[in-house]
Ligand binder design. Structure first.
Ligand code: TXA
Ligand code: MG
Length: 338
C-alpha cells in the first residue's frame, strides 16, 4: 500500500526516514512530482527504474537542498557557479563531470562520467532533501511513456502499490520539467527546454547551443557525442568487445554472471547469484566497469555475458548489453519520451 503523507513536519520526517531506508517516495517540486530514491543506494535507484517500468536506463537527476551540496559531487567551474547563483533554487538542471569521490551510484547516471544536479525551488522538497541528508534521484513520477504528474493524485493513478509513499504538497506551480543544461565541456548545450528559457541562459552565459541546431557539429559534451535526452545511443560502452547470451566462457574471456556460472574464464563478476533482476540492475554498471578493467589487466579478449531474462528490468539490462555488444559506430536509436 502506498501511504499518502501530509506535507507537514511529521510527513516530511517520515518520508525522509523511508528514503534513508532505501524505499521510494514521490514528492512535489516546483516543476512536476518526482519519484525519489536515495541516489547513493544502487538498489533504491534500480527500484526507481523498476517502478517506472522503463525499458531503458536513462540517467536520472539528483536533487539537493542547496548549491553547495550539489557542487560537492561534481566538478564545478565559474559558469556553473554563475548560473547556480542566478537560477537556483529553480527549474534548472546542470550536467557536470562527476567528482572521482562522488558517492552517487553509477546506475543513477547510467554509467556516464557526468551527473545531472538540481536544486528545486519548493519549501517542502527542500525540507525533505535536508532531512534526508543524501542526494535524491528523481525522474518524473509517472509510468514510462505517460505524462508527468503535477498532483499527488496523478502519481497515485499510476504508481499506487509500486512505491512506499507520496508526500502530498498540492499542485506543482511550473508544470513542465526543468531545463537541462550540459556544462560538462567547453560549449554549454541546452539538452531539454524547460522552466528557464534559452534566451535567459544566453544572457547569463553568452553562447548556449541548442541541441541539433548546428548541423554537423558535435552536439553534446559527453563521451558518446550523443548525450541528448532522446538520443542516447550508448551511454557507456566497455573497451573490450561484449558477447551476450553466453552459456559457456572461453579461457580468454571474462564473465558477467547471472546465477550459477559455467566453469572457466579469466575472471568473473556476479550480477546476482540468486538471479534477482533488480539486484542485477543495481550492479550492472559497476560490474561492467570492473570487469572491463580486470579483463584488460589480465589480457582477456572479450566479456562474455550470461543470458538475462527479457522481462521487467531485464529489458533495460539487455538493451544496455546489446548496445555494448553492437558494432561501435552505430547510428543513434531514438529513445521514447520518458
Ligand atoms: O523537473 C524535473 O527535472 C523533474 C523533477 C522531478 O525534478 N525531473 C525529471 O527527471 O524530469 P527525468 O528523469 O524525467 O528527466 C531527466 C532528464 C532526462 O532527459 C535525462 O536524459 C537527462 O535529464 N539527463 C540526466 N542525467 C544526464 C546526463 N548525465 N547527461 C545527459 N542527460 C542527462
Ligand atoms: Mg520524465
Amino acid at each position: 500500500m502506498t501511504k499518502v503523507l501530509k506535507a507537514d513536519s511529521n510527513g516530511v520526517a517520515h518520508a525522509a526516514m523511508l528514503l534513508r531506508a532505501g524505499a521510494l517516495v514521490a514528492f512535489g517540486t516546483e516543476t512536476v512530482y518526482g519519484l525519489g530514491g536515495d541516489a547513493t543506494n544502487a538498489n533504491a535507484v534500480a527500484a526507481i527504474f523498476h517502478a517506472k517500468g522503463r525499458p531503458r536506463f536513462n540517467p536520472l537527476i539528483c536533487h539537493y537542498p542547496d548549491a553547495d551540496g550539489a557542487f560537492r559531487h561534481v566538478v564545478e567551474d565559474a559558469r556553473a557557479r554563475r548560473v547556480a547563483d542566478m537560477f537556483w533554487p529553480g527549474p534548472l538542471t546542470l550536467i557536470m563531470p562527476r567528482r572521482p569521490d562522488c558517492p552517487v551510484s553509477l546506475l543513477a547516471s547510467a554509467g556516464l562520467s557526468t551527473l545531472a544536479v538540481r536544486v528545486p525551488c519548493h519549501t517542502v522538497a527542500t525540507s525533505l532533501l535536508t532531512a534526508t541528508g543524501r542526494p535524491v534521484a528523481a525522474p518524473s513520477a509517472n509510468l514510462s511513456g505517460q505524462v508527468s504528474p503535477t498532483l499527488a493524485a496523478h502519481v497515485l493513478e499510476e504508481l499506487a502499490g509500486r512505491i512506499a509513499a507520496v508526500l502530498d504538497s498540492g499542485p506543482c506551480c511550473v508544470g513542465v520539467e526543468s531545463t537541462v543544461l550540459d556544462l560538462s565541456g567547453p560549449t554549454p548545450f541546452l539538452l531539454r527546454p524547460g522552466g528557464i528559457t534559452l534566451e535567459t541562459l544566453q544572457a547569463c552565459l553568452g553562447t548556449v547551443v541548442r541541441r541539433g541546431i548546428e548541423a554537423g557539429t558535435k552536439n553534446s559534451n559527453t563521451e558518446t557525442g550523443l548525450s541528448s535526452p532522446g538520443l542516447l545511443a550508448s551511454h557507456y560502452a566497455p573497451r573490450l568487445p561484449v558477447r551476450v547470451n553466453a552459456v559457456d566462457v572461453a579461457d580468454n574471456e571474462v564473465l558477467l554472471a547471472f546465477g550459477p556460472p559455467p566453469p572457466g574464464g579469466k575472471q568473473r563478476f556476479q550480477l546476482s547469484a540468486a538471479g534477482d533482476i533488480v539486484e542485477a540492475a543495481a550492479r550492472l554498471f559497476e560490474g561492467l566497469r570492473w570487469l572491463d578493467a580486470e579483463g584488460i589487466r589480465l589480457g582477456a579478449r572479450q566479456i562474455a555475458v550470461m543470458p538475462i531474462p527479457d522481462n521487467g528490468l531485464g529489458l533495460a539490462i539487455n538493451d544496455r548489453l546489446q548496445r555494448a555488444a553492437a558494432p561501435r559506430a552505430s547510428p543513434p536509436v531514438p529513445d521514447p519520451a520518458d
